[in-house]
Design a protein around this ligand. Structure first.
Ligand SMILES: Nc1ncnc2c1ncn2[C@@H]1O[C@H](COP(=O)(O)OP(=O)(O)OP(=O)(O)O)[C@@H](O)[C@H]1O
Length: 265
């Protein structure tokens, strides 16, 4: 099977997507079609434009040119209904600290059009799966980082979306929870959900992604399965491929200089 074109529906499509905040181009013409059921690992150096791309697709960022289609519809003209089919875990999020997890999840489910009873029932069950039943009525201000992240993950999935955007979703999760979450991703994809997964944790991206898209200098520098990239770049791990494709070979020198400066008397 060709992982780039599975012959299924195109769920997400960008054509010549460009963005400039005013200080030069951030995205320089991105063309990408993502198919139903794909897990796309979206990687790139800090500042490459990953979050910008995601914010544009979510309809949160104006001022771009080119075309973005989700579920076949141009997001400039399709209204906001498509957002009910999307789940999103942002890199950083402000939760409503004065709400309990139960209240927050009901509120979040209702924003996605769920009725209160159904949102509460699913929230209860999903919190239990993450081992958080005992905390469901505690205020979010008392939650640890990992607990908050689990609430965010549940809130992104409560309404059973078709398309998921995850930006560093593992942040703060312990090793057991990471294992569960990776398995959840694989199952969601096999059920036909499409997952756009942005992260700097290369060994996870390497393992979970059907397809890896590397953004560098506002352009797609690589696009293929991990095996494709490994073959093209003659490197062993995604971290090494990333270093090679972004032209980075100086880690030892930078570390040495950094420590010398730290130790300067
Ligand atoms: N609201 C904004 N106004 C001006 N410039 C911005 C804005 N948001 C992002 N940028 C710039 O756009 C570029 C891409 O930023 P973006 O956040 O999309 O990168 P990223 O690939 O998600 O980075 P990271 O891996 O560090 O999260 C950066 O140079 C950043 O300074």
């Amino acid at each position: 099977m060709n992982v780039i074109d599975t012959g299924k529906d195109i769920i997400l499509s960008m054509k010549n997507l460009t963005m400039n905040y005013g200080n030069g181009p951030v995205l320089k013409g991105i063309d990408l079609d993502v198919y139903r059921g794909q897990i796309v690992g979206y990687i790139g150096p800090n500042g490459a434009g990953k979050s910008t791309t995601v914010r544009i697709m979510l309809g949160l960022q104006q001022g771009y040119s080119g075309e973005v289609r989700l579920f076949g519809e141009d997001i400039r003209t399709s209204g906001v209904a498509y957002k009910q089919r999307i789940g999103y875990v942002p890199e950083t999020a402000e939760l409503y600290d004065t709400l309990s997890a139960r209240e927050y999840l009901i509120f979040s489910g209702e924003c996605y059009g769920m009725d209160e009873k159904r949102a509460e029932r699913k929230a209860n069950m999903l919190m239990e799966q993450f081992g958080l039943s005992g905390s469901i009525d505690a205020r979010l201000s008392s939650f640890s980082k990992g607990m908050r992240q689990k609430v965010l993950i549940i809130s992104s999935l409560l309404h059973n979306p078709d398309l998921l955007f995850f930006d560093e979703p593992l942040s703060g999760l312990d090793a057991n929870s990471v294992l569960v979450f990776k398995e959840i991703l694989a199952r969601l994809a096999s059920e036909g959900k499409t997952i756009f997964y942005s992260s700097h944790i290369m060994d996870v991206v390497e393992k979970i992604s059907h397809r890896i898209v590397l953004l560098a200098n506002g352009q797609i520098a690589a696009d293929g399965s991990f095996d494709d990239l490994k073959e093209q770049n003659k490197e062993g791990t995604l971290e090494e491929i990333f270093n090679q494709l972004t032209g980075f070979h100086e880690h030892a020198k930078i570390a040495q200089d950094f420590v010398s400066i730290v130790e300067e008397v």
